[in-house]
Design a protein around this ligand. Structure first.
Ligand SMILES: C[S@@+](CC[C@H](N)C(=O)[O-])C[C@H]1O[C@@H](n2cnc3c(N)ncnc32)[C@H](O)[C@@H]1O
Length: 364
């Protein structure tokens, strides 16, 4: 059926349904800011002490009642918290508290900070859409360092040693016996601090291009009294460690590199024959069609457009993007000279895939 001007007739139900969907997207964006506020101010944690009126909750958290009451209106109507009109009390259901509070890897509240952070450079991103290039890492600094730290710290605490390492046959034994280990793009270095404490016979060096991240990493290692871990400001595209390495980690740090092929080749060349490379990266397909229906894919493409891809393109880089995907990753690992690649969904981290591979005994 067509209208008089030959434009296809619109299915009004579909238009309404899509408009509702779109409004849900916008609402999710706005609510994410409020979840970030709830996390920053301690409101979610305060709510775990039991049902409370707005005044009681504000007092518990040391905040202004008027702001807390408005925030609670959003939390209740968004079905994050509940409201009992009979008592004027608000509550955070325990199942919701499990996803918004605590020191465990299931606390998703720190992730909310990523949205306002990525929204900070929209003018620059718009410009890059028009002219090419990108927005460099420095435009997201120093806050990006802290947000990444908060995003990954709890999962690393809970999962790195006990759930991720055992996926790679022999890795825990190798680290226990004593290995030379590096982490490329180490950020605030928490992964290596955990490993250095767990494996005192091994020595660890973390490399990152961001001086603020390395300063935090060095301070954390010193505060923990660790003498088997060090951190250096370095561009890992020119990764040439002084000694051959037994194990290298790259955690969420390859896809946003300006020159990821050089990084992978550098890691390969730095390893001893038989040395292990563990790369944690986004779980996605390199084929968009295979990502349709993946509930995490819109997030991966969105953060990629707003950060991961643009920071690479800002330096005329490869601009792989966060959704570079397993097929391309395998091709690039092969091109860099690595042997068989085994992947595992990262336990406790649905967004990530763990790649494990070795430098072959006889390398190209
Ligand atoms: C997404 S963050 C991940 C940080 C950390 N591995 C984690 O899991 O929290 C990527 C890191 O790579 C670093 N990076 C980007 N390009 C780099 C380069 N060429 N050399 C060294 N580090 C780089 C950034 O500064 C950032 O800390």
């Amino acid at each position: 059926m067509t209208t008089t001007d030959d434009a296809p007739a619109l299915d009004r139900k579909k238009v309404r349904a899509f408009a509702r969907h779109l409004f849900g997207v916008y609402t999710g964006g706005a609510l994410t800011f409020l979840i970030d506020i709830g996390h920053r101010t301690g409101l979610f944690t305060a709510a775990t002490a039991g049902a409370a009126t707005a005044t009681e909750l504000a007092d518990r958290a040391g905040l202004q009642e008027r702001y807390v009451r408005e925030w609670l209106g959003a939390m209740v109507t968004a079905e994050i918290m509940t409201y009992d009109p009979a008592t004027s009390r608000y509550a955070l259901p325990p199942e919701h508290a499990a996803a918004l509070t605590g020191d465990g890897s299931k606390n998703m509240a720190p992730m909310a900070a990523m949205v306002p952070l990525l929204g900070r450079n929209l003018d620059g991103i718009e410009q890059a859409f028009r002219t090419g290039g990108g927005v460099p890492y420095s435009a997201f600094s120093p806050d990006f360092t802290g947000v990444m730290d908060q995003l990954n710290r709890r999962p690393l605490d809970e999962l790195l040693v006990d759930a991720w390492l055992p996926l790679v046959p022999g890795l825990t034994d190798r680290l226990t016996a004593g290995a030379r280990v590096a982490d490329v793009g180490c950020g605030t270095g928490h992964a290596l601090v955990l490993l250095a404490a767990a494996f005192p016979a091994s020595t660890f060096t973390g490399y990152d291009i961001a001086p603020d991240a390395i300063a935090r990493a060095t301070a954390e290692a010193a505060a923990a009294g660790l003498t088997n871990v060090a951190f250096e400001v370095a561009d890992v595209a020119a990764f040439r460690p002084a000694v051959p390495l037994d194990v290298v980690f790259a955690i969420d740090a390859v896809h946003d590199q300006a020159d990821p092929a050089a990084v992978l080749r550098g890691v390969h060349d730095a390893l001893v024959p038989g040395g292990t490379f563990v790369m944690v990266d986004m779980a996605a397909s390199s084929d968009l069609a295979e990502n349709v229906g993946n509930p995490f894919a819109p997030w991966i493409y969105a953060i990629s457009t707003l950060h991961c891809m643009t920071v690479s393109l800002a330096h005329d880089g490869a601009g792989l993007g966060a959704a570079w995907g397993e097929q391309l990753a395998r091709t690039m690992l092969d091109d860099a000279g690595f042997g068989e690649v085994v992947t595992h969904p990262a336990p406790g981290q649905a967004l990530n895939l763990i790649y494990a591979t070795q430098r072959p005994s006889s390398s190209r």
